[in-house]
Ligand binder design. Structure first.
Ligand code: BTN
Length: 258
């Protein structure tokens, strides 16, 4: 185990720093399968991922050494399977509280777990759970946050941002990681103590475009709707005209605000 100065009980206390790896999620999953027992809270971070993965089999690419690319090992075996989405809420809240510590306004969570500053993406999360029966045996929480990146490829420059672009200031990655690990531990303990309603309320407070009319797209068809909540299993609840509908992840796409 490597020693660190993070003021946490377990998240980040065993930190493995890599220069380069395919994906920190892949590396951590491999480590979990080979070298049990791995301490809960172990973090793998990398300066460069040459095959970083995003949601829905997308590719996650960032400038080498500029951003936070890490994976955290958790063992939420206390969490009933039908409450899995609450882990996602806890992680999203921890990241949004971290970002809000540095960027005092404008941070939100775009359902289900994208991190936004106003209308631009600052980071994302890829959670991969391993189950034994109905128990979540291990959870690999992959987090990518744009910190010191100065510019983005042309095709995403309108949709992506970084802490540097917002504050015009470079940060040592460890300074932001310290807060991230503290808040991750805080929300993980809220989750562990079963405060589901409180987690959902806080998540909804932070949700991008909640209670606002906006345009969404489903199967190529654009419609006007208003996010009004999320189901326990994570489906997004929307008011569409006089109806209430719920949507699965990737079933709909946000297009623009009204
Ligand atoms: C997304 O918004 O699509 C999720 C992006 C998640 C990226 C992080 S970076 C660290 C970890 N390792 C990966 O390969 N992906 C996640």
């Amino acid at each position: 185990m490597q020693n660190n100065t993070f003021s946490t009980l377990f998240v980040g206390q065993n930190l493995i720093k890599l220069k380069e790896v395919d994906s920190t999620n892949n590396f951590l999953k491999e480590l979990v399968s080979k070298s049990e027992p791995l301490p809960e809270g172990t973090v793998i971070m990398a300066d460069n991922q040459f095959a970083g993965r995003g949601q829905q089999n997308s590719v996650w690419q960032t400038q080498v050494g500029k951003n936070i690319s890490l994976s955290i090992y958790l063992k939420p075996s206390f969490l009933p399977l039908d409450k899995q989405f609450y882990l996602n809420m806890a992680v999203s809240l921890a990241i949004s509280e971290t970002l809000s510590y540095f960027i005092t306004s404008g941070i939100s969570i775009k359902w289900p777990n994208d991190m936004y500053y106003l209308d631009k993406k600052l980071g994302g999360v890829l959670i991969e759970n391993a189950l034994t029966g109905t128990i979540i045996k291990s959870s690999v929480i992959g987090i990518g946050l744009n910190i010191n990146q100065t510019d983005f490829p042309e095709e995403i420059t309108q949709r992506a941002s970084s802490v540097f672009q917002i504050l015009q200031k470079e940060f040592q990655l460890e300074v932001i990681m310290e807060k991230l690990f503290v808040f991750m531990e805080k929300y993980y303990l809220v989750l562990k103590s079963g405060k589901f309603e409180s987690l959902k309320n806080r998540y909804l407070e932070k949700l991008y475009a909640i209670n606002k009319l906006a345009y969404y797209k489903e199967d190529g068809r654009v419609f006007e709707g208003e996010i009004i909540g999320v189901e326990d299993e994570g489906r997004l609840i929307m008011k569409v005209g006089n109806d209430q509908k719920s949507f699965n992840f990737k079933q709909i796409e946000f297009t623009h605000t009204k």
